[in-house]
Unconditional design. Structure first.
Length: 293
């Protein structure tokens, strides 16, 4: 860090760095201390470590650690062009971070954090930059309790996606990204290749071998796995395919040794929220995504 950055860190407690190794050295133990609430920074930093800094886009990732009284209190990361992601902050610390990033000339498209932190940072960002914030999505984080197979299970079986599924995966990832209204976090072709290589997408297919839904899992980090990219094409919905795929990848994660299995839902979708609770998922915390003009 240069002198000015060191001075600002002393004033605010926030250490800002582009260095992933430095970030993890400072914040790794803090992130691992609450793996459910920190699932996104844990899985994103693991993906960056394993696949390189450009996996989420061409912009250079940036990280921050709030240290006070010799202890880490919070973190942030951003993989441009995507939203700033925060762990829990007090309104005062959210204001200090907004002031720091505004002074550094950062242009943020929005913020993703637990509900109270996201709202506090959005207000602070508007005060320091004049950029109004709009609530884009309310989310709920769930943790699996006792897995219960959805019933009745639709005809068919699970199957892990393979190389011959590449084009379908690419297309369904594009459709999924559009349906959740959060943009494409990764290039769909690259995402499909990575998922095939890691074996982390499972289809539910009909008895004739036609894939009708998919569900994926994140890398296991700090004992937790997150269910991701649950998708059924619109014309096939309402038949139990997504529930069957989700139950299967949840079961597989537990069988592989996961201590916790997590997932996020859009709170505006009562169908998915009801489905996951029937399978055995229980609420942990609410999150929010804000866009900045």
């Amino acid at each position: 860090m240069d002198t000015d950055t060191n001075t600002q860190a002393e004033k605010t407690g926030w250490h800002v760095t582009p260095d992933l190794d430095d970030f993890l050295a400072r914040a790794g133990a803090f992130l691992h201390s609450r793996p459910a609430l920190h699932t996104v920074p844990l899985t994103v930093t693991e993906t960056l470590r394993a696949n390189g800094r450009s996996v989420y886009g061409d912009g250079a990732p940036e990280f921050g650690v709030l240290e006070r009284d010799g202890a880490v209190r919070a973190t942030f990361f951003r993989t441009p062009p995507h939203w700033l992601n925060l762990t829990a902050l007090t309104p005062e610390d959210a204001d200090r971070l907004a002031a720091r990033l505004a002074a550094l000339g950062r242009r943020l498209p929005g913020v993703n954090a637990d509900r109270d932190t996201a709202a506090a940072f959005a207000d602070a960002w508007q005060r320091h930059t004049g950029a109004p914030a709009t609530l884009r999505q309310r989310q709920r984080l769930y943790r699996l309790g006792t897995l219960t197979a959805p019933g009745p299970v639709p005809p068919g079986r699970p199957r892990v996606a393979v190389e011959s599924d590449r084009e379908r995966l690419r297309r369904w990832h594009d459709e999924f990204s559009e349906s959740v209204d959060l943009g494409t976090v990764r290039d769909s072709a690259e995402w499909a290749d990575a998922r095939i290589d890691s074996g982390t997408i499972t289809f539910w297919e009909t008895p004739d071998g036609t894939p009708v839904a998919m569900a994926g899992t994140s890398p296991r980090v700090a004992g937790q796995v997150r269910i991701t990219t649950v998708y059924t094409p619109a014309h096939l919905r309402g038949r139990g395919y997504a529930g069957a795929a989700t139950a299967e990848v949840s079961r597989t994660a537990l069988a592989a040794g996961a201590d916790e299995v997590l997932l996020f839902t859009d709170l505006s979708n009562p169908t998915s929220n009801g489905l996951y609770q029937r399978i055995g998922y229980r609420p942990v915390a609410d999150f929010a995504v804000y866009d900045f003009a």
